[in-house]
Design a protein around this ligand. Sequence first.
Ligand SMILES: [Cu+2]
Length: 342
Amino acid sequence: MNSQFKMLFRFTITFAVTLTVLLSGLLRQANAASPVTYTVAVGSFTPYGIEVLAFGPQTLKVHRGDTVKWLLGGPHNIHFHDAPLKLTIKSKIDGKDVVELNPEILMPTVKSGDKQQAGANSGLPLGPPPGNEPPSFSLVMDLAPGSYTYICDIHPGMIGFIQVEEDATAVSSPDEVTVQGKKEFDSAIANAEKGWMELLKKPAMPAKDGAEVAPYAEFGIAIVSQFFPQVTTIQPGLTVTWKMPAGIISPVAINFPLSGPMMPPAMPMMDSNKMPHFVLGPDLIANIQSGADFPKDGVVHSGILEGGQSFTLKFNEPGRYAYYNGFGNQIGAVIVMPAQSR
Ligand SMILES: [Cu+2]
């Protein structure tokens, strides 16, 4: 009995040792696997105004030394820090007062293909990339295991996570990651379509004290780029307030009247020191205070409204007033009824 036990014991030890050697051999093989490149989608559009403002997949697990390549589907940056920077700043360029896109957002702190480092920012592409390549930005994740958070400064709420796993931990293949990213975006779009249909069931509320317009409808990580409602009807003497939801949002700028052809919202330029800037055009710079009466000349620039901000105008004269988003692709109207229709 005792010798049997010893034999079993010896066998167990031998088996365990053999298994360990075998396994560690396998693991070493896994470790020795050459680094791979993962692709993360950055935002996405539908042809009909539903936009995903997210990184897909939101969470990516990699091994040390792998590369992450972000495919830029719009004006986004990749920034490894915790809170979005202020979108615009007032500054002087060659002695001239301007409002410009925050240069800290615009200017890259690392080159595509570099190793990730704390605070790394891709900056914003100033033009289309050479050739027919879609715009992208890559970093090598030569990092200790742990979770690394990044954001887009343009769209507060766009947040992504790179999880660097121990070499022994299995992670998805690049193909699986691409499929996962697409799945997350497809489901966000489906969710927004459903939300939009639900929104249509809600009756428009008659404006008693003043009307409210939402510049976007948000559904999770997707937005519908339309004014809600698109046409606002009020009695003379009432106000209209454009109210931005807080969260994952695209900035908006309310502009009266329609005045196409549209100016680009911001113009790239070089200063005398050859430093690039993105200077805001008149459609993005406020010419009137929120709460003011609609001006006699009919020209209104609300300035940029970000998440949580609002802009109010008071309409005293009956008429039809059309407006647009200075960032493009959205029009709306305010109809002020004749006083006798009260
Ligand atoms: Cu963004």
